[in-house]
Design a protein around this ligand. Structure first.
Ligand SMILES: Cc1cc2nc3c(=O)[nH]c(=O)nc-3n(C[C@H](O)[C@H](O)[C@H](O)COP(=O)(O)O)c2cc1C
Length: 361
């Protein structure tokens, strides 16, 4: 069996192969509630053969969304809508995961196809919060709201929202939980020195800046079932001088591992407008960082960024750079990528494809 198609068992969950669908905002929810779009978007990847499907950044609170059209997991109606999607994914042999998130100072934005600018409060937007009262892009042409620097009470409230979201993720049937600690959103903005100038216990040293994320992980791991995997997505490099490096993130990965985290999903960028985008063309560098963190912290990693070819993906797993490869844009192009990769690598695709497809193609 090729490395890419060798199953992986973590705790009580077996991934049928090492191919995962990266979390991708769909900007297609109403009041945070999933609908048929999400069933088709996520369900098609299960039918296509992925081993893991991580649902998009899902707000732990209304103001934790990026846009008003983003997904949410702060009420029971949202949970009810997610249950059949996860049932479908599991019926088709894939593992359903969810990324729970708080957008922080990058929230209250329009959808990308409407330009992505910050929305005024009377135009569907909301006041934003962050570690400090520094806007994402103080000098940019595009308006970014000035966030309110969070009080300790605000911090505790958000931490509680992550715990409630984790409980709802269990009720919705997810088997893997990922905490979004990347791309300049709330948890990353606490961790990076570029966005956090606090002078209390949540700012200053690396350990203090990690406190927000570590306390959330500690609290979440108390409610998330011990037999199910827990992941954290990091911006494993800030891609700019004065920002976080892979060594800072290897240290954070060690602290996360001590608190029960099974996977670090190694993305990058997003802390400042000058830092390289998480969807840039040079994101391939992140794969070597996933390898660095895997070795330095002795933790499982997910590699993501410009993975498009079967041989490339297989090499990443075979050479021990990561335990799972995540594909984002390539899965939008081709939800049947795992089937095509299997054919290319000489793996029997009929063994994992639904009979209604595998029998005929
Ligand atoms: C449409 C779209 C939506 C995305 N939404 C998220 C998201 O919700 N959470 C996240 O952590 N990353 C998000 N990303 C980043 C991807 O998960 C991934 O890290 C990035 O696209 C690089 O992978 P790729 O080269 O395979 O596209 C998104 C990317 C795209 C293209």
């Amino acid at each position: 069996m090729t490395a890419l198609f060798t199953p992986l068992t973590v705790k009580d969950v077996t991934f049928r192969n090492r191919i995962g669908v990266a979390p991708m905002c769909q900007y297609s929810s109403i009041d945070g509630v999933a609908n048929n779009w999400h069933m088709v978007h996520l369900g098609s990847k299960a039918v296509g053969g992925a081993g893991l499907i991580i649902a998009e950044a899902t707000g732990v609170a209304p103001e934790g969304r990026i846009t008003p059209a983003c997904a949410g997991i702060w009420n029971d109606q949202q949970v009810e809508a997610l249950i059949p999607i996860n049932r479908f994914i599991h019926e088709h042999g894939s593992v359903a995961g969810i990324q729970i998130a708080h957008s922080g100072r990058k929230g209250s934005s329009a959808t990308p196809w409407d330009g992505g600018a910050h929305l005024e409060n009377d135009d569907g937007g909301w006041p934003v919060k962050g570690p400090a009262n520094i806007p994402f892009d103080p000098d940019g042409k595009r308006l970014w709201k000035t966030p309110k620097a969070m009080t300790i009470e605000d911090i505790k409230t958000v931490q509680g929202q992550f715990v409630d979201a984790a409980k709802r993720a269990i009720a919705a049937g997810y088997k893997l939980l990922e905490i979004h600690g990347a791309h300049g959103y709330l948890l990353h903005s606490f961790f990076t020195p570029l966005d956090n100038n606090r002078t209390d216990e949540y700012g200053g040293s690396l350990r203090n800046r990690a406190r927000m994320m570590l306390e959330i992980v500690e609290a979440v791991s108390r409610v998330w079932p011990e037999n199910l995997p827990l992941a954290v997505r990091l911006s494993a490099h800030d891609w700019i001088d004065g920002g976080l490096t892979e060594d800072d993130n290897a240290q954070l990965a060690l602290w996360l591992k001590e608190r029960g985290v099974d996977f670090v999903d190694c993305s990058g960028g997003g802390a400042t407008p000058a830092a390289r985008s998480s969807v840039g063309t040079r994101t391939a560098d992140q794969i070597t960082i996933a390898a660095h963190i895997r070795k330095a912290a002795d933790i499982k990693t997910m590699a993501v960024g410009c993975i498009t070819e079967a041989e490339q993906a297989n090499r990443i797993i075979e050479s021990g750079m990561a335990d799972i490869v995540l594909l984002a844009r390539e899965m939008l192009r081709d939800p049947f990528w795992p089937m095509h990769a299997a054919k290319e690598l000489g793996v029997d695709h009929k063994s994992f494809m639904p009979k209604a497809i595998g029998t005929f193609v």
